[in-house]
Design a protein around this ligand. Structure first.
Ligand SMILES: Cc1cc2nc3c(=O)[nH]c(=O)nc-3n(C[C@H](O)[C@H](O)[C@H](O)COP(=O)(O)O)c2cc1C
Length: 164
């Protein structure tokens, strides 16, 4: 994807992101989808990248340990509210969330992970870097506000290898 198109797409991504988008991951025969509300599109190492953050406690974090790809499916603004609510509340450890939320998944076009059909934009990403948070480097206010339980995030910087 060229960087000009990245700029056009990031506007709609940033608008929807606080309301939630779908992050999907696969570890061999196990697929999962979760709602994320934090993340960013940008440029690293001269490549278009999408960065997502996943707390250690998430089932998705387990799957990503054994995978080097993920996808992000962005609903049309205001769409799929109930599906986002379910995928942001229950864990794939306990049930098949695709079924529970009535989501239809399809094979990614370029990476070996599922995408969610019916969304406006699909990002397929290859993980270039992962970084556990270093609590001692974190702003004290943010630490108190978001991490009282020490359930820190892992940052995943994924090269956008396909977008449609
Ligand atoms: C709007 C919204 C945004 C969320 N954003 C994130 C996020 O960016 N990172 C994260 O780790 N959890 C986030 N969550 C919480 C997870 O979606 C939730 O814990 C989910 O059940 C994890 O699923 P899993 O255990 O199947 O991976 C968000 C939840 C909602 C409702």
């Amino acid at each position: 994807m060229d960087l000009k198109r990245l700029g056009q797409i990031s506007d709609s991504f940033n608008l929807q992101m606080p309301k939630g988008v779908f992050l999907s991951a696969r570890d061999e025969d196990k697929d999962n989808v979760m709602t994320i509300g934090w993340g960013s599109i940008g440029v690293m190492w001269g490549k278009p990248v999408l960065t997502v953050v996943v707390r250690y406690s998430r089932y998705t974090a387990e799957l990503l340990k054994n995978s080097d790809v993920f996808t992000v499916s962005v609903p049309k603004a205001g769409d799929m509210k109930e599906e986002l609510r379910i995928c942001g509340k229950v864990s794939g450890r306990d049930m098949d969330k695709f079924e529970k939320a009535g989501l239809t998944k399809a094979q990614g076009r370029t990476v070996n992970a599922p995408v969610i059909l019916g969304c406006e934009t699909q990002f397929e990403c290859k993980i270039l870097y992962r970084q556990s948070m270093e609590p001692n480097l974190l702003d004290g206010e943010i630490d108190k506000r978001h991490y009282t339980d020490h359930d820190y995030h892992v940052f995943y910087i994924g090269e956008i290898v396909d977008c449609y």
